[in-house]
Structures are given as structure tokens and as C-alpha cells.
Design a protein around this ligand. Sequence first.
Ligand SMILES: C[S@@+](CC[C@H](N)C(=O)[O-])C[C@H]1O[C@@H](n2cnc3c(N)ncnc32)[C@H](O)[C@@H]1O
Length: 269
Amino acid sequence: MAHIESNNLTEAYPMVGGDDAYSYANNSTYQRGVVDAAKELISEAIADKLDLKILGFDDTLKPFKIADLGCSVGPNTLLAVQNIIEAIELKFQRTTNLHQKPSALEFQVFLNDHSDNDFNTLFKSLPHARKYFAAGLPGSFHSRLFPRSSIHFVHTSYALHWLSKVPKEIVDPCSPAWNKGSIQCSESNIEVVRAYSTQYKNDMESFLNARAEELVPGGLMVLILAAVVPDGIPLSNSYVGVFNNILGSCFNDLAKMVRINDSKWKLIQ
Ligand SMILES: C[S@@+](CC[C@H](N)C(=O)[O-])C[C@H]1O[C@@H](n2cnc3c(N)ncnc32)[C@H](O)[C@@H]1O
């Protein structure tokens, strides 16, 4: 039996569940734009790089396994999955020896997010006429999620830039990296930059090590993440930086009015 490592240190802040006016499902058109923008690039990557022969799909039919990591709730993950399946079916038709209708190929799709994600709403929103078998997969993508060599295609959109936790130095008043009053990486303090980038490096390493075990040889991975600041431009000069500063200042005002409790305040101190 394989040892399944769970990352107890991961902090989870799921998107707002349900489907009302304040839900993520109804407030994620920006992320929807990211899925739309990536559609053509993903189709090209599948056409050029996914080798169905190496994956063993040229003369054998077996389930093609896809994972969307950090899926959240709402239409975006379902749209991304649909785009991926359409591109793979096209590739299948063009390049395999089976000459079967694309429907002969069966897909299994794993929708992953933290266990606090509103999987119930997500499951209810699955299209009735979908071309895949769907399964929810709770857990952090910074740890192993799948058995070794079992996934053919990994996709993640607008989720991998999330850190697994706030670096502890950031919230320690005795540390030179204390980021008092700010909710983002303030580039004026090199210690703060170092703390955030070390955390990011460690998280990316954990993510990539886990996926390296899980992807079958010849599998494909598509990572779409926010990279908003070109080299040399301070974060505070980007629109995200400006937005975060305004949001941070609102949090500070709320904290002064004692509208949020101590543990949440720690995150922004
Ligand atoms: C902004 S949402 C993006 C959701 C969806 N991919 C989209 O494009 O609309 C980011 C999601 O990543 C999830 N997430 C962040 N860190 C994660 C982790 N370590 N493991 C699994 N999911 C994670 C969050 O819970 C959240 O649902």
C-alpha cells in the first residue's frame, strides 16, 4: 500500500460556494476569460505535443484520465474540461490506428480542490450530456493526489499562484520580514520578498514533484497562472498591486473598527 502524504500545514481558503449573487460561480468572469484565452493554446499543445502512441492509445482503448487542479465551483472548470476533451478527440481521430468514432474513447475527469470547496454545488452543475465520468478529488495539490503513473493530462488554471500558507516570518513582529499592515509582498523590504519567494519556490517544488510521480510517461501538463508583473516592475505599480493595496487598506480600517477577529487580523499584520 502506497504511503499517502497529506500536507497538514496547508492553509485553505475556498471560494464562496453556492450559486447566489456573491458566489464564486457568479463572480468569476475574469477567470473565465483566462480559460477562453488559453483554449487555442491548449488545443495547439495537444495537437503538437500529446503523443497518443506513447500513451498507448493507438491500438488499445482505455480511459483517458484528466485532472483539473484547483477547480473551485462554477462553469470555468467545466468549460476548461470540455475544451481539453474536444482537442484530444480531434487528435485521436487524426492520429490513431483505431479509426473509431471519438465517442469510443472514454474520459475520466478528476476535479480537485481543497476539501472545504463546495463540491456539492459543483457536482450539481455538471452538464447532463457530458462526455466524461466525473469525480471530485479533495486535497492540496501541493501533495500527492493520484497513484503513481496514472494521469494522462493535468490542467490547472488561475490556482497555482496560491501559496500553501502565509510565510510565518511575514506575521512575526520580531522578524525582519514582518509585513505589518500589508496584505501583499512589499518590495521595499527585501526580507519580505525573500520570505514570499522562498515559500513560492518550496510550493512549486512540492507541486512539480507530486505531478512528476503521477503523470504517465508522455503525459501533458498545462499550468495557467497569474504572472502579472514583468521583471523590473514593482508589484505596487501593477494593477493587481494597486488593487491589493486598496483591499489591504480596507482590511486595516476594518481591523481598527474591530470588525475582524485576531486570527484573521494576523494574516494582514
Ligand atoms: C481563483 S480559483 C480558480 C478556480 C478555477 N480554476 C477557475 O479557473 O475559475 C483558485 C482555486 O484554487 C484552489 N486552490 C488553491 N490552493 C490549492 C491547493 N493547494 N490545492 C487545491 N486547490 C487549491 C482554491 O481553493 C480555489 O478554489
